[in-house]
Structures are given as C-alpha cells and as structure tokens.
Design a protein around this ligand. Structure first.
Ligand code: GUN
Ligand code: ZN
Length: 427
C-alpha cells in the first residue's frame, strides 16, 4: 500500500551552490507519495490526496519533510570516545582513538557499538553514512549487519594501517588486500550496502600498502575509496618527511592509484595549488567536516573557493573527531567556519550540502539525498519549533529559509520528529 506524507516539503531542483538558492524548492502544504520503498510523486498535498485516495496518510502538519541527512565521513568505532578533551590530531589518535579501536577485535563489542551508532544517527535524522571501520574485519561485518537489519543505504570499509600505529592495530599490505577483497566481495552491492576501499591516511600506510589498496580499487572501480588529506599542518609536514620525493600530500595517493573519480578525501584544508587543480580535474570528492575541524583545532575549509572552482564537496560529522552526531549541528558549524572565511552560506546551500550534496559526494545522488520521483524513500521530518528558543525565533520568519535557519543553528535530535528509511517508518 502507498503512503502519503503531508507537511512542508523541501526538495532541490539543482545545486544551490552553483545554480542559485532557488534550487531549494518549498511547498507549504506538500505531499510525498511512497510506493515500494521509493518516492513515487512529490506535489501539492490536496492534489496527491485526490489522485491517491487509497494511500495511507500521515499528516505532519507544519513540520518540514526533507530527504534524510547523508553523513559522508564518519568513524562509527569512535562513537564511545566522542568529545575527548584537549588534543590535536596525532596525539588525539594515539591517546584516545587507537586504544578505543583496539576494542573492536571483540565482535560482540563491535556489534554493540554498531547498534548504538545507528540508534544515534537515525534519531538525528541521518539515513545514510559513509564510515571507516577498524582494521578488524569483524568491525566491518558488525557495521553492515546492523545497517542491513535496519534497511539503510550504507557505505563502509575496513581501515587499513601497516605502520605508525600500535601493533594490535596493524595489518600488512598482503592481509589488508586479502581482508578488504573478501569483505568487498561479501558486502558490495548486497541490498543497499556498498564497500569502500579504506586506507586510513598515508602516515599509517607504507608505500607497499598504498599500492595494494590502489590495486584493489583498480580491480573494483565501481567501489568508492576513502582516506584523509591535509587536515592539520603538522600532519602535512609529517607526510612530507615520510614521502620526501613526492610532490605533495595528494601525490602520496596519486602515485599509488588512489586518485580518481570515486575518491573521497576527508578534510582537505591545507591544499597546494597543484592539489586543488588535480582534485578538480579528476572530480574527486572533498568532504568537509566542520565540527571536527574546530574541535581538533585543524583549520578552516575553503568552502567559497572550492565550491566556486566546481569541486565536488560533501558534508560530514567525522564522529568522533567531530563533536556531534547531528547534521543540523554540522550545518551550523559549516556556516560558522564559512563565516570566518567571509562567505555566509545560505540555508538552502547548507541543507543541500547535508542531503543531496553529501549524496553527490558519494556518487549516490541518483538514489538518495532528495525528494523526487524514483529516489529511495529515505526521509527526515523536522520540527521547526522544537525548543522554546527556536520556536520564538521561527515565528518571526518571513519565508521558509528564515524559518529553517534557527533550526539549523540551534537544532538537535529534539527537532527530528520522524524518520523513514527505504519507505519504512523508523519512528
Ligand atoms: N586522520 C587519520 N585518522 C583520522 C581519524 O580517525 N580522525 C580524523 N579526524 N582524522 C584522521
Ligand atoms: Zn576521519
């Protein structure tokens, strides 16, 4: 049976970063018709009601019906150590992250955290994430098993490291290749799941391991590849010392077959002109992680410059380097970071980045991240008056964007009224 959701409907007809903010389209009394897990129609509520009298109606009143949020870069194993105090990247990894990731050798612990992680992301309106796991194959199985059980579209891969990490967290070029290949063959394309080739970053992989990852990716060009790039200045200096003959940080991936369309580079803050040009040329994705970049003290992503030059940009929490599971909070941080660089992002741009833009960075924008016929029915319903502070500001709003912006800046999981994934209501 068809479902008809009624409320304020927000959809995108283009990319507001390049096509103008009007690409975000709003209907004050709209409807979304869901059939067989997909969106069949989007239109005016009254028209859809008349055309589909048998559809089961869920009326969300003045709440905003949007595509579910897409989080393009996360570390689900860092769920339990989010908000760990006082370190910068390399010390943060050694003090907090690696000890926590070691616990994922235990499949029961991995399963517990995977379940907790998806509880948290769904309650925040996020219906798709792209996650790093740990070096343990069991951590990948735990992630995909939980995503599959919940019917979510999800992306993840085994994190590979063969140096500069504790012994218990290292693999080898051979085992990283073999384990990743086995996991890829098991999970890639199974239902709504996608495997992502995942070398953590070049400081923790030898050239031999980067080469093995490049070989695996070449054999499976339909998969994405994710890693980190130019997040902190001391990290960039470290990479230079580890790869003294290479041109720049990006070259440590490029030389080993880890640059191409379908490559996702987390952070990308301190880019050289050559790197900027090359990333654009191959149409790789840059994943902006603003709460992480302020929390770990990394720096300010150049959203204005990189979006003007036409780079493919996604938005992400980067939990637990990021300090929130919420894409609302992440939009707020993206706004603040861009403000510090002199470019106020419009609410239409922010919402697009957290939905269709993030999906586009994962090359999944034909399936998720927007409300349009044929898209998978992953939907978040957002209360635009979820707290007294937000409600009193929203009553002054003169248009939809003024009504949405207080929720972007001050909202959290209390604003998420309902979530649908694959056409099934989750709450
Ligand atoms: N660089 C390499 N690993 C990580 C990680 O786990 N988090 C962040 N923020 N940066 C990284
Ligand atoms: Zn990361």
């Amino acid at each position: 049976m068809a479902d008809l959701l009624i409320g304020q409907v927000l959809q995108f007809t283009g990319n507001p970063m390049t096509d103008g903010v009007e690409a975000g389209r709003h209907s004050a009394r709209g409807g979304v018709l869901i059939e067989a897990g997909h969106i069949a129609e989007v239109g005016e509520a009254d028209d859809l009601r008349r055309a589909h009298p048998q559809a089961k109606v869920t009326d969300y009143g003045k709440a905003l019906i949007s595509a579910g949020f897409v989080d393009a870069h996360v570390h689900y194993p860092q769920t339990a150590m989010i908000a760990s105090w006082g370190k910068r990247l390399i010390d943060w990894l050694n003090s907090y992250t690696f000890p926590e990731e070691m616990k994922f050798a235990d499949p029961a612990y991995a399963a517990e955290i995977a379940a907790r992680y998806f509880d948290l992301t769904l309650s925040n309106g996020t219906t798709t994430v792209c996650s790093y796991c740990t070096i343990h194959p069991e951590s990948v199985d735990a992630f995909f098993t939980e995503a599959e059980r919940r019917g979510l579209r999800a992306f993840a891969g085994k994190t590979c490291m063969d140096r500069n990490a504790p012994e218990a967290l290292t693999d080898t070029p051979r085992s990283a290749y073999d384990d990743s290949k086995r996991l890829l063959e098991k999970w890639q394309g199974r239902g709504r799941l996608s495997y992502v080739v995942t070398p953590r970053f070049s400081p923790t992989s030898t050239p031999e391991q980067l080469e093995a990852m490049g070989a695996l990716w070449k054999e499976h060009p339909d998969c994405l590849m994710q890693t980190h790039l130019s997040e902190q200045t001391d990290e960039v200096a470290w990479v230079k010392s580890l790869f003294p003959t290479l041109r720049d940080y990006l070259d440590t991936y490029e030389q080993f077959g880890l640059l191409g369309p379908g490559a996702l580079f987390g952070h990308a803050i301190y880019l050289e002109p050559r790197e900027i040009d090359r990333l654009k040329e191959v149409d790789a994705s840059l994943i902006h992680c603003p709460t992480s970049n302020t929390f770990i003290g990394s720096g300010l992503f150049d959203m204005d410059g990189l979006s003007r030059s036409g780079h493919r940009i996604g938005l992400a929490t980067d939990t637990g380097g990021g300090s929130s599971f919420s894409m609302l909070r992440t939009m707020a941080a993206a706004y603040e970071v861009a403000q510090l660089r002199g470019r106020p992002l419009h609410p239409s741009e922010l919402w697009w980045l957290a939905t269709q833009g993030a999906a586009r960075s994962l090359r999944a924008d034909g399936r998720i991240g927007n409300l349009a016929p044929g898209m998978e029915a992953d939907i978040a319903v957002i209360d635009l008056a979820s707290t007294p502070a937000i409600a009193q500001r929203a009553t002054r709003a003169k248009d939809i964007w003024e009504a949405v912006f207080p929720t972007i800046m001050m909202g959290d999981d209390r604003a998420v009224t309902s979530v649908w994934a694959g056409g099934i209501r989750k709450f």
